[in-house]
Design a protein around this ligand. Structure first.
Ligand code: UTP
Length: 242
């Protein structure tokens, strides 16, 4: 019989930015995958359940750019982006299956389906679901549907900043904030197909609606992800509900 309470305490949900799968230098790519595989073995050994929602990264941007030369309907462009997230999810799923981890062999199409599958597998890996948001929002929905205590957003910046660090050199990192403060930075309006932000505004809205704490951290360093999953203090931004 499944002990639901114990299961909820050990279930964690991570949005893994698509750019993390493809560091610029080839050497770093195999290093990152190697570290992720090690972390997976360790987490499975500790009885953790992990729902991983993988972003589309480069294939999503390339696919959406290519598709734009033929059509501009946002719903269709988002559908192309979703296909790229599922491609990246498949790469990660196969990488963990390859080392014998208890990974769900299906890439779910919805967060309810993924939450059900997490009852049977240590790892459920998925990509996007429906048009109109990014995989950050899918991860928040999966955290809500699987009763996880918080949702980790692993991206390629160290923290949420008070302004965009890509365009403003003096942008300051924030260590702790509320969801309402995060919403002031990101807004709550959906992004267009392929557009990106520190955290997807739809994810912020859904986190507010479901009272979901967020941990935003740099997924290039997987020790930070492990800290957040194991409930240790982590380097990054903790976004409290209030
Ligand atoms: P991503 O989740 O990859 O966007 O979705 P991102 O925030 O840019 O993440 P990185 O770069 O991987 O870290 C890529 C695109 O796929 C569509 C949207 O068009 C999005 O911009 N998408 C994704 C959806 O429409 N629905 C989804 O559930 C997921």
């Amino acid at each position: 019989m499944v002990d639901l309470h114990a299961l909820l305490m050990t279930t964690h949900i991570v949005a893994l930015g698509g750019s993390l799968l493809r560091p610029e230098e080839a050497e770093k790519r195999s290093q990152w995958f190697g570290q992720l595989r090690q972390l997976a073995v360790h987490l499975e050994g500790n009885g953790r359940r992990l729902g991983i929602v993988v972003g589309g990264g480069l294939p999503a941007r390339e696919g959406i750019t290519l598709a734009r030369s033929s059509f501009t309907e946002p719903y269709r462009l988002d559908t192309v982006g979703i296909a790229a997230t599922r491609l990246n999810a498949t790469i990660l799923q196969q990488s963990l299956l390859d080392i014998g981890c208890n990974v769900c062999p299906i890439i779910p199409h919805s967060t309810d389906e993924a939450a059900e599958l997490l009852l049977e597998h240590n790892f459920v890996i998925m990509g996007g679901t429906t048009p109109g948001h990014t995989t950050d929002a899918v991860a928040v929905a999966l955290a809500r549907d699987s009763g996880a205590p918080h949702c980790v957003i692993a991206t390629n910046v160290s923290h949420v900043h008070d302004s965009d660090p890509r365009t403003n050199e003096s942008a300051k990192p924030i260590e702790e904030m509320t969801l309402a403060e995060l919403a002031e930075i990101t807004g709550l309006e959906a992004l267009g197909p392929g557009e990106s932000a520190a955290v997807d505004p739809v994810a912020v809205k859904w986190a507010i609606d479901s009272g979901m704490r967020l941990a935003v951290l740099d997924g290039r360093d997987l020790t930070l992800l492990e800290d957040a999953i194991e409930g240790r203090p982590f380097v990054g931004t903790l976004v409290r509900t209030e």
